[in-house]
Design a protein around this ligand. Structure first.
Ligand SMILES: O=P(O)(O)OC[C@H]1O[C@H](OP(=O)(O)OP(=O)(O)O)[C@H](O)[C@@H]1O
Ligand SMILES: O=c1cc[nH]c(=O)[nH]1
Ligand SMILES: [Mg+2]
Length: 209
């Protein structure tokens, strides 16, 4: 079963609370999503490998380290996943970026795919799937399934807020995928929104409500 890592940190608690506040505007919302994503990126890359190399500081010769594992791919689930892209490429500037477009049908809550474009060599890369919200888990599970159909074998999922229902579904359908979240919330409401959550992440990022 996939491992779940929750960022348990006072600064994250502080920032998540600002995201939750309905009076927080899009500009601040976007920058906090970006900041938390940077911390998630560090956590999700703890198992990356490094190799040693020789370098000179202004003082002496010493050993340096550089990342030596597989190349990275970042896959935001549109739209809201776009809010996390900047934070990730700040940490991993050489990563290639693919996109998967999914929206949740408001009645059935089932994800509907409308776009897919990923790097050609995605099957050789470590792929980070990003979306601020993991609610029922339908969008994440379908996105991961589509990437697997395209040959991806190394996948991690990064979310800002997750509901237990979503985590359970990803663990059941994709036991090989580890999940990194900033906050585990209580539950879903009858409309499939995370409680207490932060509302519709896409609308809050892009000011569409
Ligand atoms: O776990 P789930 O129940 O599938 O819900 C989570 C999905 O819902 C939101 O997207 P939304 O459908 O609102 O599309 P948007 O990003 O375009 O706003 C969110 O960004 C996830 O992709
Ligand atoms: O609470 C939720 C659930 C799904 N999508 C969102 O943006 N928010
Ligand atoms: Mg939305």
């Amino acid at each position: 079963m996939g491992k779940v890592t929750v960022l348990d940190h006072p600064v994250i608690k502080h920032k998540i609370s600002i995201l939750r506040d309905k009076n927080t505007g899009s500009n601040e919302f976007r920058s906090i999503i970006r900041e938390i994503t940077i911390l998630l990126a560090y956590e999700a890359s703890k198992d990356f490998t490094v190799e040693e190399y020789d370098l000179n500081t202004p003082i002496c010769a010493t050993k340096g380290y550089r990342l030596s594992g597989k190349k990275l791919g970042i896959i935001p689930i549109l739209r809201a996943g776009l809010g996390m892209v900047d934070g990730l490429i700040e940490v991993f500037p050489a990563a290639r970026i693919g996109h998967i477009g999914m929206y949740r049908d408001e009645e059935s809550l089932k994800p509907v795919e409308y776009y897919l474009k990923i790097p050609k060599d995605s099957n050789k890369r470590d792929m980070l799937v990003i979306d601020p919200m993991l609610a029922t888990g339908g969008s994440a599970c379908d996105a991961i399934q589509r990437l697997k159909e395209k040959g991806c074998t190394s996948l991690k999922l990064l979310n800002i807020i997750a509901a237990p229902e979503g985590i359970k579904k990803v663990q059941k359908e994709h036991p090989d995928v580890d999940i990194y979240i900033a906050q585990l919330d209580e539950k879903l409401n009858k409309d499939g929104y995370i409680v207490p959550g932060l509302g519709d992440a896409g609308d809050r990022l892009f000011g569409t409500k």
